[in-house]
Ligand binder design. Sequence first.
Ligand SMILES: NC(=O)c1ccc[n+]([C@@H]2O[C@H](COP(=O)([O-])OP(=O)(O)OC[C@H]3O[C@@H](n4cnc5c(N)ncnc54)[C@H](O)[C@@H]3O)[C@@H](O)[C@H]2O)c1
Length: 371
Amino acid sequence: MILGVPREIKDKEFRVSMVPAGVKSLTDAGHRVLVEGKAGLGSGISDDEYRSAGATLVESSGEVFAQSEMVVKVKEPQPQEMERLRRGQILFTFLHLAPDRELTAGLLLSGVTGMAYETIEAPDRSLPLLTPMSEVAGRMSIQVGACYLQRTHGGQGILLGGVPGVLPAQVVIIGGGTVGTNAAKMALGLGARVTILERSPERMRYLDDIFGGRVETIMSNSYYLAESVARADLLIGAVLIAGASAPKLVRRTMVGTMKRGAVIVDVAVDQGGCVETTRPTTHSAPTFEVDGVVHYCVANMPGAVPRTSTYALTNVTLPYIFRIAQNGLRNAVRQDPALRLGVNVHEGRVVHPAVAESQGLPHHPVENLLQ
Ligand SMILES: NC(=O)c1ccc[n+]([C@@H]2O[C@H](COP(=O)([O-])OP(=O)(O)OC[C@H]3O[C@@H](n4cnc5c(N)ncnc54)[C@H](O)[C@@H]3O)[C@@H](O)[C@H]2O)c1
């Protein structure tokens, strides 16, 4: 198979979808890997390293898209990339289609097979390709939150861990999955008080056990949400319903009850956000204010720490890329139920049930399409 690795062009996105080790495994197995020049520079990987691993370096993203049977990316295609996608081609990347009508419409029009990292789901319901990025974003959410709580960055001027004799900050995390657990770990490490709101009793039991009672867990419902949001210095949005738009759990009126200079980091922004006042921001202009509350809603947080994120991501994507390259899309998807759930759109049809439901579009089961 001919695989293509374009340079990422989303704002301040420095990750790359394949590292030289991945290129080497694929080319050793007889595949061809086209890498756009400078694609790895943001992650500290030179063109020469790719060349030595067996890649063919090409000058432009246009060449990568034109020649590749499978384009492997990190972020969803940007407008100039959309124009280059075509029927019969596979696009393997983060897509987050549920809240994004425009992107879904563009992919349907192109006829490409859009495989989303974030909807690949193992039999135990874990999301193996989302997990490492959620670990990064969860840990980062506390770093950026601590930064924006500083008066010099528009916050109320509170140190996350406090000091002896002065109370630490109150961190409230909605959703105790991968992002939430990693955020809690960092917040506890910095000495903050931590509350996690979850809807799964089993998950709360697990959190209680692993944190040895050092975090408060509270059942997530509108009553406790309102109460917890009002006392938060730093609020982390970390809910997920796989493939679907995030539920708007924090209403506009609840934001109005927060302290002036409190900070919201809505990590779930890539699925539309779980705070009503959320709108996606970029690394260039990461924050905005509503009712004096600082909102940080960057949809590609791991892009800011590419040297960690690129390796964490490609460690888990490579086995799936390899399986598709070796067996072809149809066989790979037939053989692997987890990979099957990754197919979001195929030849102009929506294949993932949650994406179809979120957008009110007809759903075509993948089994019918990949005969
Ligand atoms: N912004 C970014 O750069 C970035 C990076 C990585 C992940 N994310 C996003 O972060 C979000 C969380 O990802 P994750 O890997 O932690 O997911 P996860 O599935 O591990 O965890 C989600 C948790 O939310 C809980 N939940 C669901 N509904 C809830 C409700 N009503 N109240 C409270 N909890 C509820 C679930 O029980 C689950 O424990 C996703 O939208 C993901 O795409 C964003």
